[in-house]
Design a protein around this ligand. Structure first.
Ligand code: NDP
Length: 292
């Protein structure tokens, strides 16, 4: 049976380390770190993600500025707010929760965030730096996946990693991180997507298989090389009348089946998700330390 990689515990120890750093510097007179969290509208999943981020901020000692705007907020108004936050020396990080309502152009909003406050790591400047190996903010989910593996003693160097999914927020940046000439990289990476054809041709070759698709059961036991490490990024709602809320969360991997084949596996929930938020805290604290 595969060993379960406990993302909740790994994220908790990272948050604890950050809390200690913040506490030490604030005790010696530095102002607290500040993260501006901008939410437009009331999409239930976004509200829940934002709530989790505020909670993590509280735990670490980061002041989170809750900027909840009406769903009808227009793009110009949002861009004005981001501009104010960019110029506010008391704000270390700016997070605009995506997706935005359809009448707002997400690209324009992401581009408007000052790269030095881009703690989500979505700005093209941050992604460009990642690609060429320059220091910058790393996107939270891909960096959280790497951190999760490193902290659970999974060696990346020389391994064949297969990522299923090529989005700009997970698959592509993750591939670049794992390719980096660094002890946290040096892997050989295959990236699959919806046009790859027979996925198992690639996935069965992988020492580490990472699923970031957004479809339940897309990875089954026969697609996994015996002894491989499986990281499940997917978060999917499936109907479940036995739950009070009427659904449960599952990943992209057939968890039960994969447990019989893999050596290690992340659960959903409790795997990659908590690491994403912990890396956001890490980026905010990093930005704040620069103002020392
Ligand atoms: P996207 O929808 O942007 O990307 C999905 C990718 O999967 C695309 O590259 C797509 O291919 C590929 N794909 C779709 N169907 C198939 C298939 N049948 N076979 C192979 N590839 C396929 O999703 P995201 O990257 O934003 O997110 C992926 C999942 O991860 C979602 O469930 C999301 O909720 C979750 N997530 C979890 C986070 C966390 O913190 N735990 C954070 C971010 C995301 P193509 O490019 O060809 O369309």
């Amino acid at each position: 049976m595969a060993k379960i990689i406990d993302g909740k515990a790994t994220a908790a120890s990272l948050r604890e380390e950050l809390k200690m750093q913040v506490h030490r510097d604030v005790s010696s007179g530095m102002r607290s770190p500040v993260l501006a969290v901008v939410l437009v509208g009331n999409d239930p999943a976004s509200v829940s993600y934002v709530t989790g981020k505020h909670k993590a901020c509280d735990e670490v000692g980061i002041v989170s500025r809750d900027m909840h705007l009406e769903a009808s907020t227009d793009e110009a108004e949002l861009l004005r707010l981001v501009d104010e936050l960019n110029r506010d020396a008391g704000v270390d990080g700016i997070l605009v929760q995506l997706p935005l309502p359809p009448h707002i152009n997400e690209d324009r909003v992401v581009l408007s965030i000052a790269p030095e406050k881009d703690v989500d790591g979505f700005h093209p400047v941050s992604l460009g730096k990642l690609m060429i190996g320059m220091a910058g903010f790393l996107p939270c989910t891909p960096n959280g996946i790497v951190e999760l593996m490193v902290r659970n003693s999974i060696t990346l160097e020389g391994k064949h990693v297969c990522i299923v999914g090529r989005s700009n927020i997970v698959g592509k940046p993750l591939a670049n991180l794992l390719l980096a000439k660094s002890p946290r990289g040096n892997a050989t990476v295959t990236v699959c997507h919806s046009r790859s054809g027979d996925l198992s041709r690639y996935t069965r070759e992988a020492d580490i298989l990472i699923a970031a698709v957004g479809k339940p059961q897309v990875i089954t036991a026969e697609m996994i090389k015996p002894g491989a490490v499986v990281i499940d990024v997917g978060v999917n709602r499936v109907d479940d009348s036995s739950k009070k809320r009427g659904y449960r969360l599952v990943g992209d991997v057939d968890f039960e089946g994969a447990c019989a084949v893999a050596s290690m596996i992340t659960p959903v929930p409790g795997g990659v998700g908590p690491m994403t938020i912990a890396m956001l805290m890490h980026n905010t604290v990093t930005s704040w330390k620069r103002c020392r």
